[in-house]
Design a protein around this ligand. Sequence first.
Ligand code: ATP
Length: 293
Amino acid sequence: MSYSFPHQLLKLRTEKQLSQAELATRLFVSRQAVSKWENGDAEPSIDKLILLAKVFNVSLDRLILGTNDFNQPLVKLNNIVKTFNSPVLNSLDLTIQNNERIALLGSNGAGKTTLVKIIEGTLKPNEGTVKWYFNKNDSLNIMSQENVLIPTLKVKEQISLTAAITKVDSKQRINYLLDQFKLSSQPNTIIAKLSGGQKRRLSLLLSVLRQSKLLILDEPTVGMDLESIDYFWHFIEKVSGSILVITHDFNQIDKFFSRVLLLKDGQISHDIPVKEIHQHNQTIEQWYRQHNR
Ligand SMILES: Nc1ncnc2c1ncn2[C@@H]1O[C@H](COP(=O)(O)OP(=O)(O)OP(=O)(O)O)[C@@H](O)[C@H]1O
């Protein structure tokens, strides 16, 4: 089978906004089976391939051979140096490609937020270049650590404002997202009166309002309760395009991510596919503890 099948599966599934569990139910297989297919650790039988092609409404050729867009770079960082009072990033190189699920790990103060701000273009490096391969004004979505909500607005007013700025005019999509983020009963609540977790959910909703080629999330689940955290990852799984997340939700990285970056001593000290870590019978948490000493 062509190597492109795992990428094609992830791409088609996220385009269809299905979670691994939802797709698994339709195919009468376990979620783990779908996860293995996406990681390239196993391949479906021919009858499951035929069913997959039906679910996605594509030909078997397209499903198996796919298109070549998964190897396209989205952004390339070259020789990035950033110094505040002391050096934070030091000759850092990084390429992000289409349809990747990347977790960025590192200790407190390692420079993770600094790095994502440089990728986003909100912070300038002292040296080095950031090259974009798509229009980031249209196709870059960000949920930063900083609160971007306007406390005096109602939930629906904040959503309308962001929808106008990001040129989303689909009421259907807005209602779908309100429902997904369990905010559909609170359109008239003033943001200042939402709980911390509800505000995080609203911020996330705003960051995925328009579809993107790259979504960047900086510690998105901080302050959420366990139910919301599960909910959040379940939703994120369905988002199309590439995702770069700063997170320490190790269990979720094990389940849903394709690549792990470890930022240490100002550089990407390790850049490794998740499946390679699993092939060594390690969890991401074990791997992280071993390499981030
Ligand atoms: N605007 C700034 N001015 C001065 N120093 C800064 C600034 N922003 C970040 N730093 C410093 O740069 C270093 C890296 O900070 P950064 O927030 O990028 O780390 P981080 O890995 O995201 O940390 P955490 O996990 O705690 O969020 C820290 O020592 C921080 O104090």
